[in-house]
Design a protein around this ligand. Structure first.
Ligand code: ASP
Length: 437
C-alpha cells in the first residue's frame, strides 16, 4: 500500500518536473480560477479553504521577496561594469543615449495608456478601505530625486529601499568598470576578479529564481483561487483588458517611436519590419533577448546592412540594457495592480515610475520572466510592497499568472528595439549599407 502511494507520488513529481514550466503555470492559473469560481458560488466553503491554503501562497511570496534585493543589486553591478570605459566612446554613448531615451519614451506611452484606460479600476480587491500606498502628496518630485541618493547604502540594502539600491549599484558598477581598465595591472586583475564574483553571484541568484519558479504553479494556483473565491468571475475581464493594453502599448511604441525615428533618418519602416521579423519572432517564442542575440546580429547585418563593427558592439549592449517592452509592461501592470488594490498611482509615483522602469530595464536580464521579478521592486518603490497575505500580493499573482503571455510580447519589443537602435546608430555613423534599403 505504502509502496503504491510512493510510486504514485513519484509519478506525480516526474510529471510535474517533466512538463514545461509555462504550461504548468498556465494550468495552475486555470485550475486556480476554476476552483476559486466554484468556491465563489459556495461561500460556506470559501472561508475554510482560504484559511487552510493561504500558507502555500504566502510562502511563494516570501520566497520571491527574499530574492529581489540580491537580484537587483548584483545584476545591476554586473550590467554597469560590463560596459568598459573605452567602449564609452562616441558610438557607445550614442548607443546608450538612444537606448535609455527610447525606454523612457516607452514608459511615457505606457503611462498615457494607463491613465486613459485605467486598467483594473473598478475591481477593488482590497475592499472599501483600499491599500495605503505611499501618499503622493507627501513627497515632492525633488524629494523623490533626493531620496535616490542613499545616505547609507548598507541601510538601504537592509531596508530594501529600491531606488537608492539601484543608484548605488550603478555607480559601484561604473567604478568597478573603470578599475578593470586600470593601468595598474594588480588593481585591474582584482577588479576583474570582483566583476566575475559579482556576475557569478548574479547567475546564482537567477538559478535560485529558476528554483523558486518551480514552485510558481502551486503558488499561482493558491493565490489565484483565493482571488477568484473572494471576487468571483468579475476578475476575468480586467485581466484580459490589461493584456490587451500592454500589447497596444507594444504596437504603439513600434509604430510611433521606431517608425518615427526611422522616418527621420530617411529609412523605410516597412523595410525595417521585413528585415527584423525573424529576430522579433524568435524573441516572441523564446522569451529571451539574450538567446535571440545571434539572430538579431544576423538580421542586422544581412537584412538591414548594418556594419559588423556596429552590430557586434552595440547589439550586446542593447540585449543587456535596452528593454522597451519590459518597461511598458512594468508601467502598465504597476498601474493595474495599484488600481486593483484601490491605491491608484499619483503624479509623483508615476514620475518615479519613469525613472524606475527605465533603470529597471538596465538591470533586467534578457531571460524569460526576469521582468516579473523586477515588478516586485517597482511595486516596492511606488509604495506598494508585495507582502504575504496582502491584496498587492494577490494582484501581483494575477499578473504573474499571465506572465508568459506578456513576456512574449515584451521580449519581442525588446529585441525589435535593439535592432532598431543599431540601424539608427549605424546610419548616423555612415555604417549602413544603403543597397539593403
Ligand atoms: N524576457 C525578457 C527578455 O529577455 C525580459 C523580461 O522578462 O522582461 O528580454
Amino acid at each position: 500500500m505504502a509502496e503504491q502511494e510512493g510510486a504514485k507520488r513519484g509519478r506525480f513529481m516526474g510529471w510535474y518536473f517533466g512538463v514545461n514550466l509555462l504550461t504548468r503555470i498556465l494550468i495552475g492559473l486555470l485550475l486556480g480560477a476554476l476552483v476559486g469560481l466554484f468556491l465563489a458560488f459556495n461561500p460556506g466553503a470559501a472561508g475554510p479553504y482560504v484559511a487552510y491554503t493561504k500558507f502555500f501562497g504566502d510562502i511563494f511570496i516570501r520566497l520571491l521577496r527574499m530574492i529581489v534585493v540580491p537580484v537587483i543589486f548584483f545584476s545591476l553591478i554586473t550590467g554597469a561594469s560590463s560596459i568598459t570605459p573605452h567602449q564609452l566612446g562616441r558610438v557607445g554613448l550614442k548607443t546608450l543615449a538612444y537606448y535609455l531615451g527610447t525606454t523612457a519614451v516607452a514608459v511615457f506611452i505606457a503611462l498615457i495608456l494607463a491613465d486613459i484606460f485605467n486598467p483594473g479600476s473598478g475591481l477593488n480587491i482590497a475592499g472599501s478601505a483600499g491599500v495605503q500606498g505611499k501618499s503622493a502628496a507627501q513627497t515632492s518630485l525633488a524629494q523623490v530625486l533626493l531620496n535616490i541618493v542613499p545616505m547609507n547604502p548598507v541601510e538601504s540594502l537592509a531596508k530594501g529601499d529600491v531606488l537608492p539600491i539601484i543608484f548605488f549599484a550603478l555607480i559601484f558598477g561604473i567604478g568597478l568598470s573603470t578599475l578593470r581598465d586600470s593601468g595598474n595591472a594588480d588593481i585591474a586583475k582584482y577588479a576583474d576578479g570582483l566583476f566575475h564574483i559579482c556576475s557569478t553571484i548574479a547567475e546564482v541568484m537567477y538559478k535560485l529564481v529558476g528554483g523558486i519558479m518551480q514552485y510558481a504553479p502551486i503558488g499561482v494556483f493558491v493565490l489565484i483561487s483565493i482571488v477568484f473565491a473572494q471576487q468571483g468571475p468579475k476578475v476575468i475581464g480586467p485581466l484580459v483588458f490589461v493584456t490587451l493594453l500592454c500589447y497596444i502599448g507594444f504596437a504603439a511604441h513600434v509604430c510611433l517611436v521606431y517608425g518615427g525615428i526611422l522616418r527621420i533618418c530617411g529609412l523605410s519602416f516597412t523595410k525595417f519590419l521585413r528585415g527584423v521579423h525573424e529576430a522579433s519572432i524568435t524573441a516572441f517564442v523564446t522569451r529571451s533577448s539574450s538567446a535571440t542575440l545571434p539572430i538579431s546580429m544576423r538580421v542586422s547585418e544581412e537584412n538591414l546592412g548594418v556594419s559588423r563593427s556596429i552590430t557586434s558592439f552595440s547589439l550586446p549592449i542593447g540585449a543587456t540594457v535596452n528593454m522597451d517592452g519590459t518597461s511598458i509592461y512594468l508601467a502598465i501592470c504597476a498601474c493595474f495592480i495599484a488600481n486593483v488594490v484601490g491605491a491608484p498611482l499619483g503624479f509623483e509615483q508615476q514620475a518615479t515610475l519613469v525613472v524606475l522602469a527605465t533603470l529597471a530595464s538596465v538591470g533586467t536580464a534578457g531571460v524569460p520572466g526576469a521582468g516579473a521579478i523586477m515588478m516586485l521592486m517597482v511595486l516596492e518603490a511606488v509604495g506598494l510592497p508585495v507582502t504575504a497575505e496582502s491584496p498587492v500580493a494577490a494582484a501581483y499573482a494575477m499578473i504573474l499568472g499571465i506572465d508568459a503571455l506578456l513576456d512574449m510580447g515584451r521580449t519581442c519589443l525588446n529585441v525589435t528595439g535593439d535592432v532598431a537602435g543599431v540601424v539608427v546608430v549605424g546610419k548616423s555613423e555612415k555604417q549602413l549599407d544603403a543597397g539593403k534599403w
